[in-house]
Design a protein around this ligand. Structure first.
Ligand code: DER
Length: 223
C-alpha cells in the first residue's frame, strides 16, 4: 500500500467515530483531507463541522458540509486530526501544515481526539521532526535564542521567499535538534515564553485514539 492509500484507509476508518446529527471537529493536512472526502459521503447525517484552518474550511464547504465557528459550540464529541509524530502515550508533534494554533483550539473543545496517521508517524520519542512553534514576529529572535540555549536550532519558516504568515497572521519557527523527553513539561515551559502563540507539542491535548495505517490494514491504538 502506498502512503496515499494508507491515508485514505485511516481517513475512512475515522468515520466510525463521527456521531450522527452532531458537529465534528476537523483538523488539517493531507490525511485529514482524506477524512473530509470520506465525511462528505455522510454529510446528510451530520450537522456540520468546526474547522482548524482556512484550507480545511475551503475543502469542507466545497463538499457541501456546513462549517460552524468554534464559538458556536460548547463542546464536540470528537476531533479528527493528523500528526507529524505520535509517541506511545498519544503525545504528538503537530504543525507541519502551519495550523497548530487553531488545531489545538478545536482539539480543546473535543471530548475525544482521534489521530489518523500512516505508520511513518509513529515514533518512540518526539523531536526528530522539526518542532513547529507559532510566534509573534517581534519575538522570533529571542525565542530562537532560547531554543538554541537548550540545544535546538530554530529557523523561520519561509514561503515563496517570505516568512510564512499563518491564518492568525503570525510566523512559525521550526526547531531542529531537540530531544523532547518530557512532552507535558516541555509544552508548559515553552508556552510561557513571551511571544509564543502555540508550541507544536500536543501533550495537554493528546490523542485518545490513533488510527494507524499499516501495510496490513488499520491498527487502532487507544491511550
Ligand atoms: O499540521 C498539522 O498538524 C497536520 O495535522 C500534520 O501534522 C499532518 O499532516 P499530514 O497528514 O499531511 O502528514
Amino acid at each position: 500500500l502506498t502512503q496515499d492509500e494508507l491515508k485514505t484507509l485511516v481517513g475512512q476508518a475515522a468515520l466510525h467515530y463521527v456521531v450522527p446529527g452532531e458537529i465534528v471537529g476537523v483538523g488539517t493536512g493531507s490525511t485529514v483531507n482524506k477524512f473530509i472526502d470520506a465525511l462528505a459521503t455522510m454529510k446528510d447525517q451530520i450537522k456540520g463541522a468546526v474547522s482548524s484552518s482556512v484550507a480545511s474550511t475551503a475543502r469542507l464547504k466545497a463538499l457541501g458540509i456546513t462549517v460552524f465557528d468554534a464559538n458556536d459550540v460548547q463542546s464536540l464529541s470528537v476531533y479528527i486530526d493528523g500528526a507529524d509524530e505520535i509517541d506511545g502515550q498519544g503525545y504528538m508533534v503537530k504543525g507541519g501544515g502551519a495550523a497548530l494554533t487553531r488545531e489545538k483550539i478545536v482539539a480543546a473543545l473535543a471530548k475525544q481526539f482521534v489521530c489518523i496517521a500512516d505508520e511513518s508517524k509513529l515514533v518512540a520519542a518526539l523531536g526528530n521532526f522539526p518542532l513547529p512553534v507559532e510566534v509573534i514576529p517581534m519575538a522570533a529572535g529571542q525565542i530562537a535564542r532560547k531554543f538554541e540555549a537548550m540545544g535546538g536550532t530554530a529557523t523561520l519558516r519561509m514561503k515563496d521567499g517570505q516568512p510564512l504568515v499563518t491564518d492568525n497572521g503570525q510566523h512559525i519557527l521550526d526547531v531542529r535538534g531537540l530531544q523532547i523527553t518530557e512532552p507535558l513539561a516541555f509544552e508548559s515551559q515553552v508556552n510561557q515564553w513571551p511571544g509564543v502563540v502555540t508550541v507544536g507539542v500536543f501533550a495537554h491535548q493528546k490523542a485518545h485514539v490513533c488510527l494507524l495505517g499499516c501495510a496490513d490494514g488499520v491498527r487502532t491504538i487507544t491511550y
